[in-house]
Design a protein around this ligand. Structure first.
Ligand code: NAI
Ligand code: MG
Length: 488
């Protein structure tokens, strides 16, 4: 696979055209593996968001091409976009590795997953319908499911291709129009996807992409009076600010996906080698930069010491380095700030008395690599057991009874996902019922099918993405009652 591609798009995408930002300002995008600058990208701000929202509003106007298009045709466009992403999978994969540092095999999988997301949602486009409702007459009452209108979508850097698809797919399926702001670290994949939307034939203004910073372009979307709904993935603190901005501006609908501190409970009857592998993969995935990473590994006391020994060996064997290189499974953290944040958490783990089994420091001096790190003797009160680290750090906690494990697993403000490894059906189903999280994984982790809803309890978010559930976030329900001449 090529290790570099030419950067084709660095401007904002508004009204199916690539344009400079109003201010003319740009910001640099770096490759986190080698710290080299990849491109200068035009920086959108409030004035650009206003332009993009106006374009999206025009595209959503009553009688517009998009509003009057046969719903089945929207599905055709979505399939076409998925086809184009797969036609250009090599380009997108390399771009994904360059701007985000995810290893190439996983970057490729992300592109496929994104295309699958579009295809699944395309199936819904012409199956969104209301009901006829028996009411006390003489009325004929029915409901219509209507697109909410202009949707603002703010996405993070940890899965820039997939997050774009998770957001765009339901908007297209329901007939909304979009202003999408990619993260400042990873704007390039989203801009490329915008070009593919144009090539696929989406009408002018349906998709607009405004790269820029969160506190400027992102905040302008969240508080825009003509944006009917905002969908956000990122940190809890920004999620709360978006909800506040939505409340203060126009009560726009809000859906939030805000990460977690997901527990994985391992009972003594689980196959220990398989358990070590699952626990390892679910925390180290994507350099630990995953919202649903299983970052609290709860291991039963009977198998604790053996588990820790094997988890350490597994982490030590993990190949970290150039994300383009075959066999490398861990690339760099996204940027220097995030790397330092993770290193600070590691420091706090040491200071608070957790036992460091391996890793615990930066790898090399160029690129933001961190050695896979395993902590044992972690207790619930430690920062590394409470806060989202978003890095390659496994915290292994000990428990005695299942009841205790469930209580401790739920003792968090987060609730995105949780897992249980056991051969005992009663324990598995007790956990599945008792754990407070949007996704429960039994004898597996990180299983996120495009056909099933995904989202969080508690401060992990509001609303669901994917599956049928996601459509509701993008729809209004209208009730129509028609007076009839008489009861009949
Ligand atoms: P962030 O929440 O600041 O960034 C995510 C997106 O929100 C980016 O597009 C950013 O430009 C935008 N944004 C930032 N401030 C905004 C504002 N005031 N209004 C509107 N949009 C805004 O997250 P950041 O700083 O990149 O990472 C901080 C932590 O957040 C991570 O360490 C991790 O714990 C968590 N995170 C969770 C993610 C998830 O998948 N749920 C993804 C990325 C980060
Ligand atoms: Mg930030």
């Amino acid at each position: 696979m090529a290790r570099k591609v030419d950067i084709k798009y660095t401007q904002l995408f508004i009204n199916n055209e690539f344009v400079n930002s109003v201010s003319g300002k740009t910001f640099p995008v770096y490759n986190p593996a080698n710290e080299e600058k990849i491109a200068d990208v035009y920086e959108g701000d409030k004035a650009d968001v206003d332009k993009a929202v106006a374009a999206a509003k025009e595209a959503f106007k009553r009688g517009s091409e998009w509003r009057t298009m046969d719903a089945s045709k929207r599905a055709v466009l979505m399939h076409k976009l998925a086809d184009l992403m797969m036609r250009d999978f090599q380009y997108l994969t390399v771009l994904r590795v360059m701007e985000g540092g995810k290893v190439s095999s996983a970057s490729y999988s992300e592109v496929v997953y994104a295309a699958d997301t579009l295809r699944y949602a395309a199936g819904w486009a012409d199956k969104i319908h209301g009901q006829t409702i028996p009411t006390d007459g003489p009325y004929f009452t029915y409901t219509r499911k209507e697109p909410v209108g202009v949707v603002g979508q703010i996405i993070p850097w940890n899965a820039p291709v997939l997050m774009a698809a998770w957001k765009l797919a339901p908007a297209f399926a329901t007939g909304c129009t979009v202003v999408l702001k990619p993260a400042e670290d990873t704007p390039l994949c989203a801009l490329y996807i915008a070009a593919l939307c144009k090539e696929a034939g989406f009408p002018t203004g349906v998709v607009n992409v405004v790269p820029g910073y969160g506190s400027t372009a992102g905040a302008a979307i969240a508080s825009h009076p003509d944006v009917a709904k905002v969908a956000f993935t990122g940190s809890v603190v920004v999620g709360k600010s978006i909800m506040a901005a939505a409340a203060q501006s126009n009560l726009k609908k809000v859906s939030l996906e805000l990460g977690g501190k997901s527990p994985l409970i391992i009972l003594p009857d689980a196959d220990i080698d398989e358990a070590v592998n699952i626990a390892h993969d679910c925390v180290f995935v994507n350099q630990g930069q995953a919202c649903c990473a299983g970052t609290r590994t709860f291991v039963h006391e009977n198998i604790y010491d053996e588990f820790v020994k094997k988890a350490k060996a597994k982490a030590e064997a993990r190949k970290v380095g150039d994300p383009f290189e075959d066999g490398v499974v861990q690339g760099p953290q996204i940027n220097e700030k995030m790397m330092n944040k993770v290193l600070d958490y590691i420091k706090s783990g040491k200071e608070q008395g957790a036992h460091i089994e391996c890793g615990g420091e930066r790898l090399g001096t160029t690129g933001y690599f961190i050695k896979p790190t395993v902590f044992s003797n972690v207790t619930d009160d430690m920062k590394i057991a409470k806060e989202e680290i978003f890095g390659p750090v496994q915290s292994i906690l000990k428990f005695k009874t299942l009841e205790e494990a469930i209580e401790r697993a739920n003792n968090t403000s987060y609730g995105l996902a949780a897992g249980i490894l056991t051969k005992d059906i009663n324990s598995a189903l007790t956990c599945a019922n008792a754990l407070e999280a949007g996704s429960i994984w039994v004898n597996c982790f990180l299983v996120i099918p495009v056909q099933a809803p995904f989202g969080g309890y508690k401060e992990s978010g509001i609303g669901r993405e994917m599956g049928e559930e996601t459509l509701h976030e993008y729809l209004e329900v209208k009730t129509v009652s028609v007076k009839l001449p008489s009861k009949s």
